[in-house]
Every structure is written in C-alpha cells, then in structure tokens.
Design a protein around this ligand. Sequence first.
Ligand SMILES: Nc1ncnc2c1ncn2[C@@H]1O[C@H](COP(=O)(O)OP(=O)(O)OP(=O)(O)O)[C@@H](O)[C@H]1O
Ligand SMILES: [Mg+2]
Length: 212
Amino acid sequence: MAAFGARGTGKTAWVKQEIARQKPARLMVWDFKHDPSLVGLGEPHSSLPGFIEALHAKRFSLRFLVDHTRDVHAQFELFCQAAWVAGDVLVFVDELPEVTKANKAPPAWRRLVNVGREYAHGGKVKKVAIIGAGQRPAECDKTFIANCDVVHCGRLGDHGDAKKIAGSWGINPQELAALPDLHWIEKRADSIEMTRGVLSFRNAAKAAKPKP
Ligand SMILES: Nc1ncnc2c1ncn2[C@@H]1O[C@H](COP(=O)(O)OP(=O)(O)OP(=O)(O)O)[C@@H](O)[C@H]1O
Ligand SMILES: [Mg+2]
C-alpha cells in the first residue's frame, strides 16, 4: 500500500488507522523523522542491532528510530534485509523519499517489493506486506508504486504529481490538487473504481483496541 499527499494531509494518521485495522502479529516501522505521532506504534528502538535482535520474537511490534548521525541508506538496507529474514511481517516505511528515488530502489527494498509477496527462506514460505508513505509520488520508487494493491492519496501540492496520478486514474488533476487536509482518494489495483473519503479520528481509538 502507498500513502501520498502534501505535509499534514493525513498520510501517517491514515496508515496508523490501517495498521490498527489489520492488527498485524508482526510489525516493523521505519520512523525516519522520530515522528511524535508515531509514539505508541510499536516499541521504539534507537539501536539497529537491538531492533534486529527483537525480531526473533514470535510476535512483535517494533519501531526503529533512524540514527541521523550514521549512514541512513546503510541502515535502510539492513532494515529491509532484516524484514526479509524475519518474514511474515508488516513493514511500514514512513518518509519513503528519504530512502528511495523514482528510478532508484535500494537492493533489499527492491527485493521486498518485487518478491516479498511470497518467497521461501530458511525452509519456510514467508510473506512481507509493505506500507510506504511519502509526500510526492514522483520521489518514490516507481516499482513500489506499480506493485501497490492500494494507492491512497491526499492533496498533491505539485501539479505534475497530480497530473500523473490523476491521468493514470482517469480523473481531473484539479480534484487531487484541491483536496482539503484529511480528504483522500483511493485506488485499488483490482478495481477500476476510486473510493473517496475523509479521515476521521472518532472511531480510530476504538479500532486500535485489541479484540477481547
Ligand atoms: N488522533 C488524532 N486526532 C486528531 N487529529 C489528528 C490525530 N492524528 C493526527 N491528527 C491530525 O491529522 C493531520 C495530519 O497529520 P499526519 O501526521 O497524518 O500528516 P502527514 O500527511 O503524515 O504529514 P507529514 O508529511 O508532515 O508527515 C494533522 O493536522 C494532525 O494534527
Ligand atoms: Mg507523516
């Protein structure tokens, strides 16, 4: 899944609600900007070795706080390799343009995106589900976008971005460019229909509670 939209349009908030809905048994979060709104989503780790060690548990919900004093790309490569080895995990990468470019996907990320749907590793069949978020689709890896089951989009500030997404969906770019904060349009790969909605926080707390 991908979530796009200008800053403050509700990407991270929507992904949090989606994760609360899915209730994954195993969750890895790449928290690039140490986002206050991600507090509470997974146990925070600022050491990558400690984070990777914690992936040995059967169930986990972990958030890696990227270390900006070290090579971010090297950390992302290890994060993606660890997701591959762990398997059966939901990976949420926020601020995707910080680690990918339209025409450049880091090797371990590309492998997750292309092959992660189902693969054999260590004698087991494993799956990795991915949610990526970024302000501009033009700055995110194209292969990831092309492989998405769901593209969820808030207002796009850049006219070229709006034109491109709207063009591929057959809608007016102006509609994407003029969406108010928290309003979204969503397209599933298996349908030609678009869904439109507004993010609401009324039922979010309820959805986050585990089922008895
Ligand atoms: N639980 C909540 N209740 C009410 N408002 C919220 C809640 N969570 C987020 N918001 C509001 O939703 C808006 C969108 O925030 P969000 O962090 O999702 O933006 P974003 O699209 O991820 O932006 P950025 O690109 O800067 O990360 C903000 O105005 C935020 O204050
Ligand atoms: Mg965000």
